[in-house]
Design a protein around this ligand. Structure first.
Ligand code: RB5
Length: 151
């Protein structure tokens, strides 16, 4: 699985911790920045390229971190085919993939700590979309909205 990650200054510290956690578990991770802590940087500049990579299939899953996770989720969902959500507990980290085929998890670097982040990310990367008919039906409806709105 190709995993991408990105964060602004609000999520920078957590991003670095998550990269270490994933590498310890032998996941390969592409870092879309920020490359260093810059308190004046803007989350769309990093979350945008990550979401573009997920949208185009260059990455299978993404981890987007900002201070609250809110800006990250708003930006990520501007990209066709991206299904991003702000997650704070493990039920949704897993079920969001199983039912909604969530492909970007958004986290708040000022909201959660590294241990909870680890649990959420593990739940996210281990989960698989079930493809059940009711979920497919709902995703088709989402796709149709996306096709109308992103013309
Ligand atoms: C940056 O200070 C902060 O506004 C940003 O990281 C994020 O929380 C926005 O949603």
């Amino acid at each position: 699985m190709k995993i991408g990650i990105a964060a602004d200054h609000g999520g920078f510290a957590l991003k670095q911790q998550i990269i270490e956690i994933l590498e310890e578990m032998d996941f390969s991770v592409t870092d879309f920045g920020a490359g260093k802590l810059n308190p004046a940087d803007d989350y769309p500049d990093f979350i945008g390229p990550l979401a573009r990579a997920v949208s185009s299939g260059l990455a299978d899953r993404g981890i987007a971190v900002c201070g609250s996770g809110v800006g990250a989720s708003i930006v990520a969902n501007k990209f066709p085919g991206v299904r991003a959500a702000l997650i704070t507990e493990s039920y949704s980290a897993r079920q969001g993939v199983e039912h909604d085929n969530m492909n970007i998890i958004c986290l708040g670097g000022r909201v959660i700590g590294p241990e909870l982040a680890k649990e959420l990310i593990l739940a996210f990367v281990k989960a698989h979309y079930t493809g059940e008919a009711r979920h497919e039906r709902r995703l088709k409806k989402l796709e149709s909205i996306e096709n109308q709105m992103f013309k």
